[in-house]
Write a protein that binds this ligand. Structure first.
Ligand code: NIG
Ligand code: FE
Length: 407
């Protein structure tokens, strides 16, 4: 499945020349040098919302308008393939307690479920839209958004309606945890998720996801959820191996999920399964969420083992009120480089092209001709600065579908 989902933003009509780019990261090795396809002293032309031309500036064609990058770096917009920005309530005190030694438990999700059920649609939409704007201003041009804090038919459906008003990358996560009213009947809850809840939510979703972890859903329950979603035409995603070793990766690979997210606790067999998956067909991407490991004081995933084995690695933000309340993909890149021993190039690729692979998109995550003109101008001469200057707001301007949306 390699698709361009419907519903793009209205493309910009006039052509724009972004000129005097110090380093242009295309993620297309055919266009430039190194794994990121870098072109120095470059230019890029966007037209009709797409990249019409990219190359050395001496050869740049004319365009209707010109933007002077003044020697700075342009990279593809971040593709953040994992977020839970439709929520209500505040869990800062839970974070504070965790920093004093209390371990993270999936049960904290129920705190947010209670707040979402009490919140009206306007409040949910305002919070989510604000976080989307915040992410965009930091260079995220594609953002996946999950439900998962409603956990009733009506609440999951309204969370997905909010998500669908913000992005085409919507994910139904009714199987996040078992809500309190089903505590004595988890099998009944799986029946609800795979039956009436899925029927109500599938029209608003592109993906289905399940949290396959102790305290959430076991392997058999996860397979039941994924298979029901597939029958409804949804693509598959899995939260797995976050809190300890478990069956999440195996289930994701065997069911043909596009991505298994977290991957903090992997066995050698898990790594091998993800590498094999990458070798044949579209495969299951290992999406790493270092902001979660940072905010929950977990170890970081072994990105080197995954990369060295040949697995496809993505980096995503996982913005949510419990395990990572950040919308900064640059922060994830910096963590991946410092804490997970990814090279700056590997980390940037994973946060852009890797995210696109995790969403099975070919139109984002790179700046080859025909790609969406989703680009980020950095206040930096090259992409290494994303990790070299952590915590510094380096995003000078953002274009989505050729339209300037920030900066
Ligand atoms: O991706 N792992 C499960 N779900 C979220 C956490 C949600 C929460 O604690 O509210 C995650 O980390
Ligand atoms: Fe998550």
């Amino acid at each position: 499945m390699t698709t361009t989902p419907p519903g793009p933003a209205a493309p910009a009509a006039a052509s724009v020349l972004v000129d005097r780019i110090g380093t242009l990261v295309t993620n297309d090795p055919a266009l430039g040098t190194g794994p990121l396809g870098e072109i120095t002293d470059a230019a890029l032309v966007a037209e009709g919302g797409r990249v019409a031309w990219a190359g050395p500036r001496a050869q740049a064609p004319a365009a209707d308008t010109r933007v002077d990058a003044a020697g700075r770096c342009v990279v593809p917009g971040f593709v953040d393939s994992h977020s839970h920005i439709v929520f209500a309530g505040d869990r800062s005190r839970e974070f504070e307690a965790r920093m004093s030694g209390r371990p993270y438990e999936a049960g904290g999700i129920r705190t947010t479920v209670a707040a979402v059920r009490a919140a009206d649609d306007t409040a949910l939409a305002a919070t989510a839209a604000g976080l989307l704007r915040e992410a965009r201003a930091q260079g995220t041009t594609t953002l996946e958004v999950k439900s998962g804090y409603g956990l009733s038919v009506a609440d999951e459906e309204r969370c997905l309606r909010v998500a669908a008003s913000l992005t085409e990358e919507t994910t139904f996560l009714g199987a996040h945890v078992v809500p309190p009213e089903y505590a004595e009947d988890p099998a009944g809850y799986v029946d609800l998720v795979t039956g009436p809840m899925l029927a109500a939510c599938a029209p608003h979703a592109r993906w289905i996801d399940v949290f396959c972890e102790r305290g959430a859903f076991d392997a058999d329950q996860a397979r039941a959820v994924l298979r029901a979603g597939r029958e409804r035409g949804l693509g598959l995603r899995v939260h797995g191996n976050q809190l300890g070793p478990g069956p999440g990766v195996r289930v994701a690979v065997e069911e043909g999920a596009a991505s298994v997210d977290h991957c903090t606790h992997l066995t050698r067999e898990d790594v091998a399964a993800l590498a094999d998956a990458a070798a044949g067909g579209p495969g299951t991407v290992a999406t790493l969420l270092p902001g979660v490991d940072f905010s929950t004081r977990q170890p970081y995933p072994d990105a080197r083992a995954l990369l060295d084995a040949g697995a496809v690695v993505a980096l995503a933000g996982d913005c949510n009120p419990g395990t990572c309340f950040s919308t900064s993909m640059a922060f994830c890149v910096a963590l991946a480089v410092r804490e997970m021993r990814m090279t700056p190039a590997e980390a940037l690729w994973a946060a852009t092209a890797g995210g696109a692979r995790a969403l099975r998109r070919t139109d984002v995550g790179h700046l080859g001709v025909g790609a969406r003109a989703d680009l980020v101008l950095l206040a930096a001469p090259n992409p290494v600065y994303l990790a070299y200057r952590p915590g510094v707001p380096l995003v000078a301007a953002v274009w989505k579908d050729g339209e300037r949306v920030a900066g």
